[in-house]
Design a protein around this ligand. Structure first.
Ligand SMILES: *[C@@H]1O[C@H](CO)[C@@H](O)[C@H](O)[C@H]1NC(C)=O
Length: 378
């Protein structure tokens, strides 16, 4: 009996000793955790969230980072990534796009869409409605489609936004074939745009397609919002560039342009700098799809109002809303219904440019809402 008890006791004691050792180790570990608790806000490099890299340069901004970022592409098949320049205060335009061009449709067509924002400081944005950061966060919680950079929202900072968008797409949607860059006040028929890229331009590389501007001149009148000093841009003409309203760029071209953007001084007219100057430096080809664009909001009205409009696709891939949200709704919902229930092409004799009597004489003055001056359209 005694012998058996001793034999019994020995492993028991061993267990007690072992559990005490483990217990002490556990307590020491906790203590160490408490001591180092103040450092938990600076994660080790291993635990960095790839959506929030701590410091990545953006052109000449050394401390660029995302305030909001989303992984909208993952490893899925994506043909087109749509990046939309938008001001934080323009939530109406963003909602019109979400409602009238649903993300389920985009997904079915191999497309993804994100909105590009910067940091709005209301005291510098008197023209805009006050948009607190929490409302942007809330919008993103609902739609997960916002990319917000930590630089200041300002029209002189749109080149940062533009390169941020291209850099974002090449990093987080590297599998995409095309990037469509557009503005939030432009009516763009993404369904038709996608078909055109898919069936006419699928295998192209090193290319930008859109509303090509040639022989555009810098504005030298000091009073103009678009005044450009000789120091900022000494040449007489801008390099041929794409209107920032809406253009498509192959992802290899975007990579080359982003890479090149770190090597040149900042220039604030973003479509000129990105799709003109930088594209020229890296030898990216630019082709005009100008006949599929309209400069007149009246043409867009006609697209949806002419007799039998419901049966016909709009003749245009894109046109200006001129700040009228109703035009956006009408054109986008018309484009959507032509996707759900396919439409026909308008016969040439019934084309909108020929039959639209609403259209006023084309404005000779530079387009007010563009980011560059459009002087001559080819
Ligand atoms: C552009 O953004 C940078 C970084 O946030 C800021 O320092 C600069 O003042 C902004 N430019 C303008 C014209 O507001």
């Amino acid at each position: 009996m005694m012998v058996r008890q001793i034999v019994w006791c020995q492993p028991g004691r061993l267990m007690v000793v072992l559990s005490m050792v483990v217990g002490v180790m556990f307590l020491v570990g906790m203590w160490q955790n408490l001591l180092t608790a103040h450092t938990v806000n600076t994660p080790s490099p291993l635990s960095v969230n790839p959506l929030y890299p701590s410091r990545i340069p953006l052109m000449d901004l050394p401390d660029f980072t995302y305030i909001i970022n989303n992984d909208v592409c993952g490893k899925e098949d994506v043909f087109i990534t749509v990046i939309i320049h938008t001001h934080p205060a323009n939530s109406i335009e963003r909602d019109i796009m979400r409602q009238n061009v649903p993300s389920e449709h985009l997904r079915d067509l191999g497309m993804r869409r994100v909105f590009l924002l910067a940091r709005a400081e209301w005291q510098d944005q008197k023209l805009y409605q006050k948009t607190p950061q929490w409302s942007i966060n809330k919008e993103n919680m609902e739609y997960h489609d916002i990319i917000q950079g930590n630089f200041k929202e300002h029209y002189h900072n749109l080149t940062y936004k533009h390169i941020m968008g291209l850099q974002w797409a090449t990093n987080y949607c590297p599998q995409t074939k095309y990037i469509i860059k557009m503005d939030d006040d432009i009516a763009v028929d993404l369904y038709q745009f996608r078909d055109r890229l898919k069936y006419r331009f699928e295998d192209r590389e090193n290319l930008i397609l859109g509303l090509l501007q040639v022989e555009a001149k810098p504005v030298r009148k000091k009073e103009s919002k678009w005044y450009v000093s000789l120091e900022d841009y000494p040449e007489k003409y801008y390099a041929p560039f794409m209107s920032g309203w809406a253009y498509a760029m192959t992802v290899d071209a975007a990579r080359a342009i982003v890479e090149e953007s770190h090597r040149w001084p900042y220039f604030w007219i973003d479509d000129v700098h990105v799709t003109g100057t930088l594209a020229e430096k890296v030898g990216v080809k630019r082709e005009g799809l100008n006949r599929f664009y309209t400069l007149h909001v009246d043409h867009l009205h006609c697209c949806v109002e002419l007799p039998n409009s419901a049966d016909y696709y709009c003749d245009f891939l894109a046109g200006p809303s001129e700040g009228d949200p109703d035009v956006l709704v009408k054109v986008l919902s018309h484009a959507r219904s032509c996707y759900v229930d396919p439409c026909q092409r308008r016969p040439p004799e019934a084309s909108v440019t020929k039959t639209c009597v609403r259209a006023k004489i084309p404005p000779l003055a530079p387009l007010g809402k563009g980011h560059g001056e459009i002087v001559k359209i080819t």
